[in-house]
Design a protein around this ligand. Sequence first.
Ligand code: UD1
Length: 419
Amino acid sequence: MEEYILVEKGHPLAGEVQIEGAKNAVLPIMAASLLAKNNTIHLQRVPQLSDVETMAAVLSNLGAKVVRNGQHMHVEVPSILQTQTPEHLVSKMRASVLVMGALLALEGKVSVVLPGGCAIGSRPLDIHLRGFEALGATVQLSHGIIEASVDGRLQGAEFDLAFPSVGATENLMIAASRAEGKTILRGVAKEPEIIDLANFLNAMGAQIHGAGTDTIEIMGVETLTACEYEILPDRIEAGTFMIAAAITQGDVIIKNIIPDHLQPITAKLQQLGAKITIGDDWIGVQGNKDYQAIDIKTGPHPNFPTDMQSPMLAILLCADGVSTLTETIFENRFMHVEELNRMGAQIIVDGRTCIVTKQSLHGVRVKATDLRSAAGLVLAGLLADGETRIEKLYHLDRGYVDFVEKLQKLGAKISRHSS
Ligand code: UD1
């Protein structure tokens, strides 16, 4: 059964929208829960996403019991875990590799097949693996299977990341939490989700300092225990709704967020010409009909997030002048440009830069190519004359809870169907 979205240009969006817990925070936190052997972790504000279901299946396959009740989830960890992550789950979602650090630290070995996930570039794991080696593990890669092992406990060490990889920073923080002695990780990622993982690990009894800066220090502990933890709000979902408000010249309040985490997006929307009001845990966006071209370059936090690149491209199509959008994180993240051009956009891709001019769009049948491009195509559909049909919705469901329902509530002419 193929599902699709139909969307039309309509009234400006208006009203309030509530934001869920962050996908990119809950996945590493679920993986880190494995460190609580013989204990139960309680997580609050867990978003109902297919990626969360996939991570729950990964944990279940390793021997944990995962029970979910609305936005609450508990993870019961047994005394012995399996150390092989099933291929069909890892090939579905790259974040499955985040269980490596915990399994290596607890069981002394782990094996995973090379991962899948969104097809947005080569996305190697070299930094994760070099980091495990620095902590004393032996790593072998053959026939697409990674095997890592260590005699006894991992040993605290100093390690410089060649690039501030989010996943590698997380995997190494998890592993080092249970290593013997002190670990110093330099050149780490500084995303808010890294701070959330550190806060979660510390709530389990870890001793992590410096998350959110370039250097993280971890004093290893022998056991980590039960805790209760609430996942931070999803800044990418929030940013997507900010653009939806701006693109329809609407007036929307985005609630239950940490406005500071949205600063790079807020700054670009203001520069474009939208009016932004910032509250304690909300942001108001009022659109404008005269947007001016801007230049955007993605980069590690606090730069403009790569996950907002596709949604942002849609709004650049209604700005006067020539905008540029340069992608520096993933080399293959412009696959949706072809779909936008089929809708009438005349975006030129020059290496890692998109050159964008104002165009009127028309609704056609388009296919999502990855999670964030799915959202970008829906936003473009809100701009296009006629009806846009968006297919391959399993991409969207990986990262957005009730996206269609939330847009409907704000007044969008959008519906979801299956055939
Ligand atoms: C995470 C996010 C994803 C986001 C990305 C960048 C999750 C579940 N996913 O993905 O939504 O787009 O951060 O903000 O949190 N790299 C290497 N070697 C490595 C690891 C990474 O070269 O060992 C490269 C990748 O190929 C890529 C870049 O580093 O070009 C960024 O990757 P990374 O930060 O690791 O992204 P993910 O953790 O996979």
